[in-house]
Design a binder for this molecule. Sequence first.
Ligand code: FES
Ligand code: FES
Length: 970
Amino acid sequence: MTPPDGPEPAASIELAFTLNGRAVVARTAPIRRLADLLRDALGLTGTKVGCNAGDCGACTVLLDGRQVCACLVPAAQVAGRGVVTIEGLAADGALDALQAAFHRHGAAQCGICTPGMLMAARDLLSRTPRPDAAQVEDALGGVLCRCTGYRKIVEAVLDAAGAVTTIPPTPTLPLAAAAEGASAFGWGGGSGDVSGETLPPAHSSLSPLEGEGGEGRSSSGVVGRRVPKVDGVQKLTGAEIYGADRAPADCLWLRAVRSPHAHARFAIGDLGPLRASFPGLTLVLTASDIAGANRFGIFAEHRDQPALAEHHVRYRGEAVLALVGDAATIAAIRDADLPIAWQALPALDTIDAALAAGAPALHDATPDNVLTRGRVVSGSIDAAWGEVAAVAEGNFETSFIEHAYIEPEAGWARRVGDRIELTVCTQSPYMQRDELAHVIGLAPEQVRVIPSATGGGFGGKLDLTLHPLIATAAWMLNRPVRCVFSRPESMAASTKRHPARVWAKLGAARDGTLVALDFRGDFNTGSYASWGPTVANRVPVHATGPYRVPHVRALTRAIYTHNPPAGAFRGFGVPQAAIAQEQLLDEVALQLGIDPLDIRLKNALRAGDTTATGQRLEASVGLAACLEALRPHWRRARAEAERHNRDGHGTARRGAGLACMWYGIGNTALANPSSMRVGLKPNGRVTLYNGAVDIGQGSNTIMTQICADSLGVPMDRIDLVIGDTDLTLDAGKTSASRQTFVSGRATMLAARELHARLLRLANAGADARLALADGVAVIGDGPRARRVALADLETDARGDVLSGEATFDPPTKPLDANGQGVPYATYGFAAQMAEVAVDPLLGTVKVLHIVAAHDVGRAINPQQVEGQIHGGIAQGLGLALMEEYLPGRTENLHDYLIPTIGDVPPITAILIEDADPLGPFGAKGIGEPALIPTAPAILNAIHHATGARLRKVPATPDRVRAAILALGKK
Ligand code: FES
Ligand code: FES
């Protein structure tokens, strides 16, 4: 069911229409939303609901062959007409040509938007069988996707229409050929936006597996291949089950009541009259019902957020009580029915207000409202300024950013004896299990978290949200309870990207060698700690960007304010820092007359260099290769832009900008383990017990590829058990770009362990080859082959005859008081180039093209890596140009703008493979690195086009126009 959004009208009609080619008759209220009718009454949950307001397009279906938003169509309007949903696209679970093209191109990531995309594309192709890219963008323009960056969706539709028949192969070129090969795939070179390249650096000829090849595993050779998603078919057919899609029929509904004030005291009066007025109201939960600590957080020392507020709220949207009952009842209860007395208080809504002398403390433990300080200091910053020939300095500001995953938070809970089970969309099942147990007063073993499919997360589904509420209600009532956030509720209540205020000063010698960086960053962490400490500690480590800077002082603070909690969002503060650091680097280059690419290359970290934290980087430092791969694109783009501006084509100005990034994979100087198990069943099938949840980034497929090649079996012999805390080991959170690197290595080691056990069982040497068939393992050891009848072996509690388990915890060293240590075992590196057109009269910015070169260590699945790059770029574009969350004003997807299909330009992705010795097959992470350089590259491109420097983002037209006008006043 979809969340109740109002009382169900009593009157109903008998409605006859055609649904997916079959005649149906349904009894329903005439003004019921078609989306609700399809999902709730007819059980077709392939049609998704992301907003119930016509903004996201997730609910798109065909009505008489034309796309409509099913959330806006009253049921009565379909009488006598034909409706087609995602379930009607193909018969018997097979994929039609359009779905198959989406599958081939990796056009579905989390998959929550995919049904809507497919239906809109089906409408287009029925009218325009041979569309061009612009027609595809027009037709799909009403459907939002937060994961893919849209380009692979466009490719897929064109492919299905026969306009594009194949994806260009990904060449593996020696580094010397990189520049030439890169230009061959350049934008405008005929390959459109479907290009991709894989370039190994000169010194990475061996992958770690090859280097460690004494164990003699046979390889099925799927690592490095563009394998379609193992869970792609269910996403493309509407069969995937997300948090709102399924729950027991006897579930009660829960709806939280939230504060309308940013700061207030409140008292809950007599609930008796409310209960008497609404017989369908089963329970009203208040803070006194939360049996445990009623406090949660990411770090044990910062558990400051209540599941339900206790007389005091600190942000607009904080939950104060929860209504539990039948859907119609809890939807019918209005604020005026509730006995809540509010006393609004002055809100400290900015960093300045929270830091002002005499400002009251949000939390007793932090009288100055400073949650955490971060610090990295090396060299002699104050003395260093005497060595510099060029200095750039400035203040920069970023805004709250909403995750805007298309699937709002959803799930259900039930009590099973003395345990509680939750089925929820999540990116951190184990962490949520342990934290939930603390909040509601149970032992962790009494809590089971079963992840549903998750329709995007990006950091926003790490924290607890509805979990303590549905768990407590289900526990108290001994009856299942479910909750689905509405879009406004999701946007008001969930965490956000930290707004940042950065001052920085960067100095370089005459030849462009960077000498000194002084950096101070204040991060608005909102009302509760969440991931504020992570942001404050990660940013100073990354403040230099991926460059050698001998003299550094980077100081940060996370500051409490009366705003929504700022949490984890793809990059943990590094994207905000990069906006300052990469723009200053361009200013230094300009002062010195050095090309922006050359100054980056000159200072780029390389293997053997030491970072500002004193860490020596031993290997897998591929930034220079990224920059060299960009060089031909850069030369072309700069020349084209300058020619355009010189020749005066209209009023629009063109520009090209660069930015680089580095990103430490995994937690900052903290334990970061992942454990995996691989089991072998008597029938010869392999089970990967995979605790790493896939929120769209593709870890289900990546782990299967790694498992297959580590064990030497085909992928289709591997079954997945995913995320269930009762059935898998703790693989840690899906965050910080860690799953491929950390859980991937744990998977590889577990599979190797199973492989070794099998060989030992057969008394075979380490070089023996393994083949699995139905009920038998065949071990080839030289000329002889030994067959092991698996059914003859004893099974364990999981039904496996043999298994391998492994844990990998990347080696790090704690940071000392000056931030010296080894914060990460490895780093991702990247350089991106943006080409823009700026209308100086309107202040509008159109991004024309992005070239993104990323050192990913090894691309386990190049298509998925490209998908992450595209999606990260789209979010980086939103950060640069349009996204700004304003509490109380942008709590929906029409006032809060995210990039649409028309906003994301063609993207040329270049993959650099500088293998990491610890990574599985050399792989590192890509999720966060993809986003970080995009915004500063766009901002540098705007400067190249106009001379205007944007110091506050998003660079909305009014800000761009103001910056251009300010140039004339200088
Ligand atoms: S759910 Fe219908 S447009 Fe968003
Ligand atoms: S794949 Fe489009 S929203 Fe996730």
